[in-house]
Ligand binder design. Structure first.
Ligand code: SAM
Length: 315
């Protein structure tokens, strides 16, 4: 007896799909879920056909079954595409625009910081590893244990260049990125073809004070690292250390050299108690000076109320 006599005609048609999908699932584990689903859809279709007991002479049935399986295959392909997209890293189109020692305009409210800033953010990796290895903070766990649970807060995320450094170079997948102005983010991350924001990176178009209010209401988790990208008074940096950082967390901020003086900052790395771990007045050839904190009444210049339309919380 020939194979055609044993297996219904439609089953022979779908046999290569089953074999192909099953092989794909075995050879490429990353696409195994979708491939396995295709195999299972096609295989259940063959089961159904076998149960038909060979009574497959109706062409209308054939057509509707073919449409059904084509539809299912398209659905599975969509799921597979979505899974692959999830794995794409965060990208800002502004990343390649940064320059040593110069700020570059990204929008009315946002400057891309000088390259030295992004080099300094990278220090968080080294410093965090040192803290973990020496056990200064009593921690015995390595950050490799649970990298996927690590959380970063990017304050003043602007065009997303700092976010890209945190995601791609520091390896933080879960990032809350905030900026009171979303213009530079929209232009470089959302609307630009080069830009890409995975679902684990969340942008909040909020100033830090409004964000903290929301964070408290949600009783959200604390962060492993916090990066400030605008100048702050020491009291604000300490508040974030003591309230939003995890026990072994680290905060990097350009802190005003004097209270409410916005023309010169010291870059500082602080632990959860606000202890100073590292600081720099100049980074390479660049003398640390950032855009000011828009929420402060003492904020001066074009980046501040009333020139930029910002309204402070509660006013
Ligand atoms: C130097 S830019 C940041 C550049 C950005 N990190 C990047 O890499 O593309 C400083 C940003 O801080 C924002 N900013 C200033 N004060 C803020 C505040 N209190 N809360 C949130 N964002 C603030 C400004 O809107 C501006 O986009």
């Amino acid at each position: 007896m020939t194979m055609a006599n044993n297996i219904p005609r439609r089953s022979i048609f779908f046999l290569p799909i089953i074999i192909g999908a099953t092989t794909t699932a075995t050879m490429f584990p990353s696409v195994s879920t979708a491939a396995a689903s295709v195999a299972s859809v096609a295989s259940s279709f063959v089961e159904q056909t076998k149960n038909d007991n060979g009574s497959n002479s109706n062409n209308d049935d054939d057509d509707s079954n073919n449409k059904w399986i084509t539809h299912r295959l398209e659905e599975e392909t969509k799921i597979e595409d979505q899974q692959q997209q999830q794995q794409r890293p965060f990208v800002s189109a502004a990343f390649s625009r940064k320059e040593y020692t110069n700020s570059i305009v990204a929008s009315r409210d946002t400057n891309i910081s000088p390259f030295e800033v992004y080099d300094t953010i990278l220090q968080l990796k080294t410093k965090q590893r040192q803290v973990e290895v020496t056990g200064d903070n009593g921690s015995s766990s390595s950050s490799n244990d649970n990298d996927k649970n690590l959380r970063a807060l990017d304050v003043g995320a602007g065009a997303g260049v700092s976010t890209q450094v945190i995601y791609q170079q520091l390896g933080y997948i879960n990032i809350d990125a905030i900026d009171w102005s979303g213009d530079a983010w929209n232009t470089n991350v959302i609307e630009n073809d080069i830009g890409y924001c995975p679902s684990t990176v969340k942008f909040y178009e909020l100033d830090d004070e409004r964000f903290v209010e929301q964070w408290k209401q949600k009783e959200d988790d604390k962060y492993d690292i916090i990066v400030f990208n605008f100048a702050v008074n020491r009291s604000k940096a300490l508040y974030f250390c003591q309230n939003l950082l995890k026990k072994d967390g680290l905060l990097l901020a350009p802190i005003n050299a004097q209270q409410d003086y916005w023309l010169k900052q010291t870059y500082q790395l602080l632990d959860t108690d606000g202890n100073l771990l590292w600081s720099a007045i100049d980074v390479g050839a660049w003398s640390v000076q950032f855009q000011p904190d828009v929420t402060q009444d003492t904020c001066q210049g074009i980046w501040c109320m009333p020139y930029n339309g910002f309204k402070k919380l509660g006013r």
